[in-house]
Design a protein around this ligand. Structure first.
Ligand SMILES: Nc1ncnc2c1ncn2[C@@H]1O[C@H](COP(=O)(O)OP(=O)(O)O)[C@@H](O)[C@H]1O
Ligand SMILES: CC(=O)N[C@@H](CCC(=O)OP(=O)(O)O)C(=O)O
Length: 298
């Protein structure tokens, strides 16, 4: 067989492998969390955009929720402002909140919208303020330590968690064949803006939209065990042990917690994927092997 015929055969093989998945997912919603650490090289950004646009064209409803932690960090650094993380959350005073809102709602959100549109999609950017999408409340974290009589309450300033999501505006966009792109900023009953970890927003969004899948794109192969080996399928029963042993730390903590909550809240499956691999989303959705770590619902 000639090289051209051989590669045509390969293309045909790949397309037929994808067919049952395309049929199964047709009309279904997939929430994709695009982490700031996964937004690196231009080639990867382009491959991400192509994956999302292709999903839309073959009949799925992708909803993108993005982060931008490193991008917020860069601007804070340029402004000479020190930033600190507690249990994977950025301590956010009022000045930092302004920067978070500018970077997530402005720079990063519009960059992703532009990227998707340039690849043939019709994307619309939102923050949690648009259409009253994300209601937030102040996040209260605790620190427990042997020397403490009672767990200490940690004040992280304008850090929020999702109180509720009203998906009306997202539903309207999806019905109009747009791709919603959501920045993780919420509004409290107090009228303040809250900085919410993007994984938490993506997890709740997937629950509220009754999504088929939650896909979390990050900068590791997936969840790694104590030896650094990829865990292909994470059993829910194993999570607490991995957290207690310190295997799951930092930014991976909110990711795993939100993935668990999502599958317990009815999302069929959550996947943690390596955003540094070209076409990670398509490889995971449309091939038998899949990639990354899978957390399956009941
Ligand atoms: N067990 C683990 N497996 C993989 N990554 C882990 C683990 N524990 C902690 N991490 C850290 O979590 C990071 C991913 O979270 P984060 O930096 O918040 O990414 P993102 O910006 O994509 O949300 C990884 O780069 C890694 O440093
Ligand atoms: C409270 C909190 O930590 N919010 C995050 C929001 C952005 C985010 O989650 O970005 P990644 O997904 O790229 O990490 C932050 O300020 O960095």
């Amino acid at each position: 067989m000639s090289i051209a015929a051989d590669s045509a055969q390969n293309i045909a093989h790949v397309l037929t492998e994808a067919l049952p998945y395309i049929r199964r997912f047709s009309g279904k919603t997939v929430v994709i969390k695009y982490g700031g650490n996964a937004m690196v090289e231009q080639a990867l950004k382009d491959s991400f955009a192509r994956d999302i646009v292709l999903m839309k064209l073959v009949g799925l409803n992708p909803v993108v929720v993005h982060g931008g932690g490193p991008q917020i960090g860069d601007l804070l650094k340029r402004l000479g402002k020190v930033t600190e993380f507690v249990q994977g959350m950025r301590v956010t005073d009022s000045e930092t909140m302004d920067v978070v809102e500018m970077v997530l709602g402005g720079l990063v959100n519009k960059e992703i919208v532009n990227l998707l549109n340039r690849h043939g999609g019709a994307a619309v950017g939102l923050t949690g303020k648009d259409g009253d999408l994300i209601h937030a409340r102040k996040l209260v974290l605790h620190r427990d330590a042997p020397e403490l009589e009672a767990p200490e309450i940690l004040d992280l300033g304008h850090v929020g968690e999702v109180e509720s999501i009203d998906p009306s505006v997202v539903d309207l966009l999806v019905q109009g064949d747009f791709i919603p792109v959501v920045a993780p900023i919420g509004v409290g009953k107090d009228g303040f803006s809250y900085n919410i970890n993007a994984d938490l927003v993506a997890g709740k969004m997937a629950e509220v939209l009754h999504a088929e899948k939650l896909v979390l794109l990050t900068n590791t192969a997936g969840l790694l065990d104590e030896q650094g080996t990829l865990i292909r399928q994470l059993e829910i029963a194993r999570v607490n042990q991995l957290i207690a042993e310190g295997v799951i730390q930092g930014g991976m903590l909110p990711k795993i917690r939100c993935a668990l909550e999502a599958v317990q809240g009815g999302v069929r499956a959550a996947h943690i994927l390596d955003g540094r691999v070209e076409h990670a989303v398509l490889l995971d959705l449309f091939t038998d092997e899949g990639v990354g770590t899978l957390i399956r619902g009941r």
